[in-house]
Write a protein that binds this ligand. Structure first.
Ligand code: PLP
Length: 229
């Protein structure tokens, strides 16, 4: 087995153990392999290790990998911040977008999603407390954004995504993820049909799973250290 296949197996075991600890069925949690900065051959090794869903942050890099891997059946997720001038190619080439935080971007993605393709699956990125990042919708504004996105014909609103500030303190990790889950529960109580919490990365996936994550986005633990981190 290649290192990538070994790492994938180890991450699957971490997910199963974390689910077991909180009595959740492990199949409720799907693994998104974050392949940004790694080449098509690394993605191919992960595909050979049984992985099908990949997350990318940089559009041109992702398009190059898609072209190199067009014979593989891969679900591509765009997980990075989105600039308006990139929405058309994102709408044309991806199955999911995780970091929608503005109505204008959502409108463009819906308008630009090609007619023959299924709706684009959308998560709204929320900026929970303690987060240093400028991206993500404020918790107070998430309901209005959800209502706008739910009304767009070529988008399917699936849930929320967050990138809390990294910390080794598990109690703080869990508090941030719990806030995301509570926001999602509030939206459900207001009638939104949501089934996805995209949260948890290499360093905090156990805490995210304990708080209800349904997609964990894992890069480093599968592909190794990146030059950008
Ligand atoms: C890079 C990235 C990840 C993966 O992070 P790791 O710590 O390498 O697991 C997850 N989500 C987003 C949005 C990212 O940009």
């Amino acid at each position: 087995m290649s290192t990538i296949a070994d790492n994938l197996q180890a991450v699957r075991e971490r997910i199963a153990a974390a689910a077991h600890t909180v009595s959740r069925p492990p199949h409720e949690i799907s693994l998104l392999a974050v392949s940004k900065t790694f080449d098509a051959e690394a993605v191919r090794a992960a595909v050979q290790g049984g992985q099908r869903a990949f997350g990318e942050n940089y559009l041109q890099e992702a398009l190059d990998k898609m072209a190199a891997l067009q014979n593989e059946s891969i679900a591509w997720h765009f997980i990075g911040p989105i600039q308006s001038n990139k929405t058309r190619q994102i709408a044309e080439h991806f199955a999911w977008v995780h970091a929608v935080d503005r109505e204008k971007i959502a409108q463009r993605l819906s308008e630009q999603r090609p007619a023959g393709m299924p709706p684009l699956h959308i998560c709204l990125q929320v900026n929970v407390s303690g987060e240093v990042s400028k991206s993500g919708v404020a918790p107070a504004d998430v309901a209005a954004l959800a209502a706008a996105v739910a009304g767009l014909p070529k988008l399917k609103l699936r849930g929320l995504m967050a990138i809390p500030e990294p910390t080794d303190d598990v109690a703080r990790q869990r508090a941030a993820f719990r806030q995301v889950r509570q926001l999602c529960d509030d939206l459900r109580a207001h009638g939104f049909d949501l089934d996805t919490l995209s949260m948890g990365m290499s360093g905090d996936l156990e805490a995210a799973i304990a708080e209800g994550a349904t997609i964990v986005r894992v890069g480093t633990a599968i592909f190794g250290r990146r030059n950008d981190s």
